[in-house]
Design a protein around this ligand. Sequence first.
Ligand SMILES: [Zn+2]
Length: 240
Amino acid sequence: MNIMSSLYQHGTLAMLMGKQLQGTITVAELLTHGDTGIGTLTGLDGEVIVLDGEVYQATSDGKLNHITDKDTKMPFVSVHFNQPTRRLPFSETSTDTLSQQLKSEKLTNIFAAVKFHGDFSNMHVRVAQKQETPYPSLLEVATNQSEFQEKDISGTIVGYFAPSVFSGPTAAGWHIHFLSDDKKFGGHILDFEGQNIDGTLQIFDEFRQHFPLEDSDFRDMSLNLEGLSDDIATSEGGKQ
Ligand SMILES: [Zn+2]
């Protein structure tokens, strides 16, 4: 059977919970697997958005970097090639309404991506702070993050819906990032309200999970599975 559309993920959220924050894939290699996506850099240094094959990083001091060094490494990132399944059937949306508005798409048990441009009357994001070795767990980092809020800002949202059963490899529910049109503001979205929405939905019939086999710390990692799903929900705040 032919693969219709594939989502590629390097690393897992569970690995970040297991203190594996070292970068294990280069931007150069990542971009061979997709041109659109989200992730983070070594040490949980900020929130990454991949848009049109370019990599942008929002940092915890409120800055936005265009990552042009293709040797830059990432511990956790998801990408796909932008090949939309359909246009989004609404012109206004928010954190509270997005799932409901896409209910007829029956996303509950599949991976999907959204990519949409809009004018946002509210855009509230958080950005992880860069950690140094010995690395803490994602859960510890999540309790101390920078938050930023903008009113009336235009830009693009990119991110994914993941089924509940994949909580561990990734965050169940929605995990979406924002990049402003002027490429000066971005981050991991906590909540938003958007108007003049124009964008697309893409659904995937394949989820490719890639592992950093050559990384000995990862190979030696021991993970406490007890409460893992709750810890990920606390850290990532995935909205069902
Ligand atoms: Zn994020």
